[in-house]
Design a protein around this ligand. Structure first.
Ligand code: SAM
Ligand code: SF4
Length: 328
């Protein structure tokens, strides 16, 4: 088992395959988009497959494909097919905004994908437009129903934002009554691609839970799976369940089992660090698999103890990047 310098198991890779996106969620990027990375700056599919192969050999068991929006990158399906065939990979999952996903669900099912995270911050069309700057709610809902029809587990990610979707918290919880979905509310983080000073978080995990309890007084805590980043709850009689992710408070770092690779091949051993190794350049300099492994191991053996320490260790002051360049 791969372990970091704090004794934490590392078995989960989040791989962001592009920074591009067909939505403009305001908490993630500016309305005009980002200065998209050039094709040369991105890891190629061949580079990603090699890196995944090496990491699986080192102990990575689960890979989540994210972005940007993974399905806007050309030829993503052949890449997923190859990735799914690497021996030793136990779980392949995806995080998607659901706009282009529904028609691909049968193929995803064939690849053995058992669970998909779908971003959905509101069930109201006008607020969906206000948050994402695109009128695509119907396609996202279609993706949710198509996934469920194919017996693929759906985890809905909803970022909780003061002044934007507080009125959606209870309707999103209500979705769990008839549908077997996990609705996970996420504290908003400062990765919006701009100059985000973040002195006060209005909606932390405690306030989110209080809001849910105001209507669902019988909601109760259930056991959190190993390495879970969410506090998990059940409402009696509901088919689905509810989770709350303290992503800004950072209360789950003690069991963090994940590393991240950005679209341009930076290794992040914490969401809040500024990138701790440039894997793309190491590969392009002609490194052997053994040298690549040494570089990965060095970074994993020098991991910050938590997200607060990682943020402090950033060379450039402040957080200015978009979550689309990290993958969530
Ligand atoms: N485009 C895909 C999607 O939206 O599902 C995958 C990439 S997106 C960056 C991954 C996750 O990060 C999404 O669930 C999104 O809601 C979340 N996210 C983006 N910006 C965030 C922020 N500032 N705070 C909290 N979560 C954020
Ligand atoms: Fe795109 Fe996902 Fe960022 Fe929204 S959260 S802009 S869907 S990458």
């Amino acid at each position: 088992m791969l372990k970091d310098n704090h004794g934490r198991n590392i078995n989960y890779l989040r791989l962001a395959v592009t920074d591009r996106c067909n939505l403009r969620c305001f908490y993630c990027m500016p309305e005009e988009g980002l200065n998209w990375l050039s094709r040369e700056a991105l890891l190629t599919y061949e580079e990603m497959l090699r890196l995944c192969w090496v990491l699986i050999g080192m102990g990575i068991e689960k890979i989540r494909i994210t972005g940007g929006e993974p399905f806007v990158r050309k030829d993503i399906m052949p890449f997923l097919t190859e990735l799914s065939q690497i021996k030793g990979l136990k779980e392949l999952t995806i995080t998607t905004n659901g706009v282009l996903t529904a028609p691909l669900v049968p193929e995803l099912k064939k690849l053995g994908i058992r669970s998909v995270n779908l971003s959905l911050d509101t069930l109201d069309r006008n607020r969906f437009f206000a948050i994402t700057h695109r009128d695509e709610l119907d396609k996202v809902m279609d993706t949710m129903h198509t996934l469920l029809a194919h017996d693929i587990q759906v985890k809905i990610n909803a970022v909780v934002m003061e002044g934007k979707n507080i009125q959606d918290i209870l309707p999103l919880v209500a979705l769990t009554k008839e549908l077997p979905v996990s609705v996970r509310f996420i504290e908003e983080m400062p990765f919006n691609g701009g100059d985000s000073h973040y002195p006060v978080l209005h909606w932390d995990h405690i306030k989110i839970l209080d809001e849910i309890k105001s209507q669902y007084t019988d909601i109760h805590k259930i056991a959190d799976p190993a390495y879970s980043t969410s506090y998990n709850y059940k409402i009696p009689g509901h088919k689905g369940d509810v989770g709350i992710i303290a992503a800004y408070t950072r209360s789950f770092c003690g069991s963090c089992n994940r590393i991240r690779i950005t679209p341009q091949g930076a290794l992040k051993t914490c969401l809040y660090d500024g990138g701790v190794a440039n894997i793309r350049d190491i590969m392009r300099s002609g490194a052997t698999d053994a040298e690549l492994q040494t570089a990965l191991l060095y970074a994993i053996s020098n991991r910050a103890k938590d997200g607060h320490e990682a943020e402090q260790q950033r060379i450039a002051g402040g957080i200015h990047e978009s979550m689309a360049t990290i993958g969530g």
